[in-house]
Design a protein around this ligand. Structure first.
Ligand code: PEP
Ligand code: MG
Length: 840
């Protein structure tokens, strides 16, 4: 670290005369044929149509930015004013050709000194305009008290007078100025995630911090400014801080960048492995993935394209527009904070959050508002400017962040319009293709007749998989980035059971798929016709088959599919897009509607399982390093008991056979805490209270839980994630995250045995309950109830009818001794093959 010279403290009353840097016609900025300058996005000033080729320093000061492209120069005057001279419009594209610099960045210059020359003839044929804006970029601290426009000016003639604004001039930098040189060691350069983390880190210190690289500077409060440095791996970075905690800030940023470098190197194998997964094709034109919901579909590949928001162009005045913009940004910020995603998407959302809070973006938009633009137009211009800069950097990571900015542009414009975007309406028979789908996006698709889903990322137990299975739509996840290369409109065969997506199949493959679809359809009709019959094994034992629900509307359909009730109502799915908690009456209304749609069959309402990969905006959790191991499920609920109490009170209002189920229980203390609440709310007696067995602790203590709970419900999705220590959203681990792993099966067997010993019912409600290969093993280890995706119920019942208890027991006991999930699947396929030969 080396000390830097502190900038001189600005004098309050000093007026700075800015001289014309180049001879030419002085015009108002409005005449610049570029909304960025005309809209004052970069600041207010004057534009000069040059008649000479030399740019002179407009005042005494220091050259603080002189990019390699030499098309623009920024000088900081001795009173702190920062002036940008931008020679011509869109001249950055010339990459320095036609320009010569006569000073270096960091140089001190005297007014009138020659700093740049340009070749006017060369430029004239290549750029849109030679108009040269001279603007003050930190205009919040200065006002222009006089400017010359509408006439010819000579170089060196007074062009503008700037006066420091009262208050702003009082900014001083107590403490030292510290800087450090760093070699950027990040494999993807200074992209959005590290930039967002630098913003957060720097906020903790009393210091003004700047990063500089390749002749550009960025305030570290602005993630977009840092990304626009274009600092690629190996770049030399200078961190400079001023203020009482300058040294600590510099050190913290240095440490942070080193930590991120470690993390990114550790994560680096992911990309090639994902690519390898995608490249692991059975044959040309066939991509492979992980079954997220079973089934077969023939359809047309469709990418979801978001609808364009309405844009109001007329301004109602800067203040009203600024207020509206702030409200819309806040609305989007709250929604982003509450969107139910996990894994890699969390990083993207963190970057979205940083963009929404970015002071430079906001300042650019505010300048647009002051120049008379509407909130929407100003916001759009500010974002597009940065997005264009990022795209121009020729770095795929940063170009992807440009897409994020455009996505945020749309979201804020929708919020400004006060309208909600129309739900996406893909054509009937579409196989939707996406990097990843948010649960809320799937919910918005409700009613659209989509044939299938394919995602590059995601996993078999992700919540998107659950929603797809509930809708009976085949879905394949973790296909890898090659999925995004599938051409829009291509015919595809999605065989989710076999884990394949065949692109542009030949006639033979198409005919085979059509024949298979026909056979499945006949079997499906037969299963459906028998769906209302009970599921009794061939030797008579009744297995209760219920349905998992995520929406009231699914209840009637579940009954039609033969469900004998609801074994799991995931209430958090009702409120994915809510920013305020639903009150007691609203909840009671929904639960009552579900109970009625079930027509007297049992309804098992699970209390909110918020947190982890399903954050709810109205129940915010603190930022957690590992949300799956953090405040989710009942632990989150007991932290804010008022929400839980309201939900319990709402459930108590429901008329009909209701049961209450608690998520993420570890031991009897969790259960007792809720019992106490119920005793207070319903002293005369409450509905049955059961616990999810979805942590290893609950499975190991199932005997204790079964002694106090009224029933156990085994959640194999989370149980698998926690037993195998594999994130259920992890794209690379998805193929190995299998609930038929013998370690998981042994815990299911232990929990079922403990329930039986206590005389309490135990059922399975995780994804395994819908899996035709798993059914005989679950029955074989003692499970007597299954709660499956509604669409899976008829086939599940048909499958159970074809099994005997003995055969299930023998297969289960053999499975418990096998070494892997693959071996368990192979065993069932061989001894008790399901009708479709499903390989899920
Ligand atoms: C489970 O974990 O198996 C379960 C049913 O709960 P969810 O999938 O909603 O976390
Ligand atoms: Mg769970």
């Amino acid at each position: 670290m080396k000390p830097l010279e502190s900038p001189p403290a600005p004098g309050v009353s000093e007026v700075l005369v800015v001289q014309a840097p180049v001879a030419g016609w002085a015009a108002p900025l409005d005449e610049a044929p570029d909304p960025v300058f005309a809209g004052r996005m970069l600041g207010d000033g004057v534009a000069i149509d040059p008649t000479a080729e030399t740019v002179h320093a407009p005042c005494d000061g220091v050259i603080i930015a002189l990019p390699r492209t030499r098309h623009a120069v920024t000088i900081r005057a001795d009173n702190g004013a920062e002036l940008l001279i931008h020679v011509g419009l869109e001249t950055v594209a010339l990459a320095g050709e036609g320009f010569t610099a006569h000073v270096d960045e960091g140089a001190r210059v005297r007014r009138g000194e020659k700093i740049l020359t340009f070749d006017m003839d060369f430029l004239a044929g290549r750029v849109r305009s030679l108009l040269t804006p001279v603007v003050i970029t930190n205009g919040e601290r200065f006002e222009i008290v006089h400017r010359v426009t509408g006439r010819e000016v000579r170089a060196g003639e007074a062009l503008m007078q700037l006066r420091p604004l009262a208050g702003a001039a009082a900014v001083t930098h107590a403490g030292e100025t510290v800087s450090a040189e760093l070699l950027l060691d990040l494999p993807h350069g200074l992209h959005a995630r590290p930039a967002a983390r630098v913003v957060a880190t720097a906020q903790a210190f009393q210091a003004e911090v700047e990063l500089a690289a390749g002749g550009r500077r960025a305030d570290v409060r602005s993630a977009v400014a840092m990304m626009a440095l274009g600092a690629s791996p190996g770049a030399h970075l200078t961190v400079t801080a001023r203020g009482p905690e300058a040294a600590q800030a510099v050190e913290a940023i240095r440490t942070l960048l080193a930590v991120i470098a470690e993390e990114e190197r550790a994560a680096a194998p992911l990309a090639p492995t994902l690519a390898a997964l995608a490249a692991h094709t059975k044959e040309a034109g066939v991509l492979t993935g992980v079954t997220a919901a079973p089934g077969l579909a023939i359809g047309v590949a469709v990418r979801l394209t978001p609808p364009e928001p309405p844009l109001v162009e007329a301004s109602r005045g800067a203040e009203a527009e600024s207020h509206a913009l702030a409200g819309a940004i806040e609305e989007v910020r709250a929604r982003v904070a509450g969107s139910g995603v996990g894994g890699a998407q969390r990083d993207i959302l963190a970057a979205h959050q940083a963009f929404l809070a970015d002071p430079e973006l906001r300042a650019a938009a505010e300048r647009g508002l002051r120049a008379g633009l509407s909130a929407g137009v100003a916001w759009r211009a500010a974002l597009r400017r940065v997005a264009a800069d990022l795209q121009a950097l020729d770095d795929p990571h940063l170009a992807a962040r440009a897409d994020d900015l455009l996505d945020l542009e749309r979201q804020v414009l929708w919020a400004l319009s006060g309208e909600t975007p129309p739900p996406p309406r893909p054509p009937a028979g579409a196989v939707l293709i996406a990097e990843e789908l948010l649960p809320s996006q799937l919910v918005a698709l409700e009613g659209a007749r989509v044939a299938g889903f394919c995602t590059a990322r995601g996993g078999a137990t992700s919540h998107v998989a659950i929603l797809a299975a509930a809708a009976g739509v085949p879905a394949l996840a973790a296909i890898g980035p090659d999925l995004l290369q599938v051409p829009e409109g291509a015919t595809v065969i999605l065989d989710a059971d076999a884990g394949t997506l065949r692109v542009a199949p030949d006639r033979a493959a198409l005919e085979a798929a059509q024949a298979a679809l026909g056979a499945r359809e006949s079997r499906r009709r037969a299963d459906r016709a028998a769906a209302a019959e009970p599921a009794a094994l061939a030797d008579g034992l009744r297995i209760e088959v219920m349905a998992n629900l995520g929406a009231v509307a699914e209840a009637a359909e579940a009954v039609a599919q033969g469900a004998e009730g609801c074994g799991l109502f995931r209430t958090e799915f009702l409120y994915l897009d809510r920013t305020v908690p639903p009150d007691e009456a609203e909840q009671a209304g929904l639960y009552q509607a579900a109970a009625e749609a079930l027509g007297g069959r049992p309804l098992t309402i699970r209390t909110l399982d918020a947190g982890g990969d399903k954050p709810l905006a109205f129940a915010p959790a603190p930022a957690e390093t590992n949300p799956a191991l953090g405040l989710r499920g009942l632990r989150a609920a007991l932290r804010t008991p008022a929400l839980l109490r309201t939900q319990l009170a709402a459930i108590l209002k429901v008329r009909g056979p209701v049961r209450i189920l608690l998520p993420m229980v570890n031991d009897v203390a969790d259960l007792r805490a809720v019992r106490r609440m119920l005793d207070e709310l319903a002293p005369a007696g409450a509905p049955q209270l059961g616990v999810m067995v979805e942590t290893p602790a609950a499975a190991l203590l199932a005997d204790q839980l079964a002694a106090e709970a009224d029933f156990l419900s085994i959640g194999t999705n989370d149980l698998t994630q926690y037993v195998l220590a594999m994130d259920r959203e992890h794209p690379e681990l998805a193929p190995r995250l299998d609930g038929l792993h013998p370690a998981v099966l042994r815990l299911i067997a232990q929990a079922a045995a403990a329930a039986a010993a206590a005389g309490k019912p135990a059922s399975v409600c995780g994804g395994l309950a819908s899996d035709p290969l798993a059914a005989p093993l679950l029955v074989g280890v003692g499970v007597r109830g299954l709660s499956a995706a509604p669409a899976a119920v008829p086939a599940l019942k048909a499958r159970l009818r074809g099994l005997t208890l003995d055969a299930c027991r023998v297969a289960a006991h053999a499975a418990l001794d096998l070494p892997s999930a693959e071996a368990v699947r192979a065993l069932v396929r061989e001894r008790l093959p399901p009708a479709d030969g499903a390989s899920s």
